[in-house]
Design a protein around this ligand. Sequence first.
Ligand SMILES: NC(=O)C1=CN([C@@H]2O[C@H](COP(=O)(O)OP(=O)(O)OC[C@H]3O[C@@H](n4cnc5c(N)ncnc54)[C@H](OP(=O)(O)O)[C@@H]3O)[C@@H](O)[C@H]2O)C=CC1
Ligand SMILES: [Fe+3]
Length: 605
Amino acid sequence: MTKRVYSASLSRDFESSVKMDDLSAPLLDPREPVDTLPLSVGDPVVCILGSGDFSRSLSTRLLSCGCRVVMGSRDPGRLAPDLVPAGVELKTQAQALEALAEAGGSLVFLALYPEHYPSLLPLKALLSGRTLVDVSNASALQHQGQSNAQILAQLFPCSSVVKGFNGLSAWTLLTGAHDASRQVLVCGDSPSSKLAVQSLCRRLGFSAVDVGGLCAARAVEEAPLHLFPSWRGPLLTTTLLFVCFYLYAALAHVLLPFLDRGQNNLHHLALVTVNQALPAVALVTLALVYMPGLFASLLQLYRGTKYRPFPDWLDHWMCARKQLGLLSFLCAALHAVYSVCLSIRRAAGYMILNAAFRQVKQGVADSWEEAQVWRSDLYLSSGILGLGVLSVLALTSLPSVGHTLNWREFTFVQSGLGYLSLALSVAHVLFFGWDMALHSWAYPYFLPPLFLLSLVLPCCVLIGRLLLLAPCCALRLHKIRRGWESSRHQPKERAETQALSGDVQKKVKGSVKHGKSLRQRIYSSVRPESESREWRRRRRRRRRRRLISLFSFQTQGKAKVKVVVNTEPSPTRPLQQHVQPLVTSLAVTLDWDFIFDTGTVRLHH
Ligand SMILES: NC(=O)C1=CN([C@@H]2O[C@H](COP(=O)(O)OP(=O)(O)OC[C@H]3O[C@@H](n4cnc5c(N)ncnc54)[C@H](OP(=O)(O)O)[C@@H]3O)[C@@H](O)[C@H]2O)C=CC1
Ligand SMILES: [Fe+3]
């Protein structure tokens, strides 16, 4: 009680202080808790219309959280008694709403499909003034048109509609929220109704997220319909790569030998060919993870600024890097398992026996080849290390792990270790190939071996990265990423050409193209065509009589232009009159500060 009086007096003080000095008052009252949602409060009586799966799961959960539940069905007698959770008051729809009104409750959940909402119109009077919670999902992704919740609000204008709970399945409601991350998106136009639903959410153990007014309902309704939208592109790319590599390997090692020599290698298709395609896909996909970063760096170097947006395709590609990396990891892991299994399959046993038999027939006692031993050891070691580093990358891209790293640690793992993994994978393939690429038998039917094809993109990425590490590129890139811009792309250039109009603009644009200095540009822009002869004559005398002095200088990447026009008495008075208003208007349009003082215009930017 004392506490309540104390807080009431505090808030009175706070209000008066706000009135006294609005600007100095803090945005939030520091004495009030930021989260004002009460934890234990929520409507103790809830009505659910409909007696289906969602209704029964929700009522079970509400009961377990201490709420009274009244369920309204079109035909309560039709339901098997053991289907309705014990403790739920099953009534007709009208009786349920009357019971809710008697108990002073206001929350009505509509656990019906939206096409059945009009069947509730006879209950309009009973629903008036109540909060209708629309739990329905969209039937298809449409991104336009009215949402179910908006249609419901139109049907019942005297009730307030809140959208929510549609992201929870009946199963989740039954089993409960095991972690705090179970979010319930809530939206509605009435703040008090929304608050009541949010409070109930918290009471049920979910975290409510207010996503705005009822106009956001479509997005909330469609949210559960999305099927891995960010994975579509990467999955398609990986699948296409796999199909291409698989068909290529099948053509080179199965189909053509069969057609040419009748050699039956069909059994390769099940395991060997898959294991030829998988590492190629893993390697190329990993290269695709680091390629957009290279393109972005090259683009920034070329443009000399980081403030111009990347093209859409590059943006999308950059956003798909995480998914591409995880798919690359999947392919690499599958390749590792397939490779381990290669030696335990029946065909491998036969091949070893045949080789041993041939060796005995040839009288060879020792088949040890030092070079081949090194090759296979290095091949395996680099492969295992590459997969290990890739696993670290995959782990850190999981949100729960990634969030424990600071930005520098995350960049180190994703970029530094990522390139290490790519280099180790390239080494793994190179050790696999060894000197194979130098022999003509590695090119059956003039088809280059698959490992050679899969190396092209990763090698380009690694070489590109090494080139970018060269001081001339790295220093410039570092400067650009710290906000530096090359004079070519500074905003003043664009502003300047945009600000001028007509003939002057054409001339300035032309001189920008030909790389003239600002001084030359302003000279050429102020020079009237008809006076060109006069100008030439004046330019010859310029050293003697400095008509206009223009200085441009740059500091720390930001262009500053200082223009000084001397308007002291001189024989070129008519020209001064032409120059002065032009420079003044230029200064105004470019938003430069300028001072006009005793015949001298000074411009600073
Ligand atoms: N099931 C789930 O996991 C989830 C469902 N939802 C949403 O919840 C709502 C209900 O889903 P769910 O419980 O699975 O569906 P059900 O089919 O299991 O239940 C729907 C209920 O609507 C009532 N009903 C059926 N036909 C009509 C009609 N012609 N006129 C009026 N009422 C009718 C019935 O109740 P009665 O006969 O008692 O009147 C029926 O039990 C849907 O909008 C769905 O999108 C949202 C998230 C998850
Ligand atoms: Fe391998």
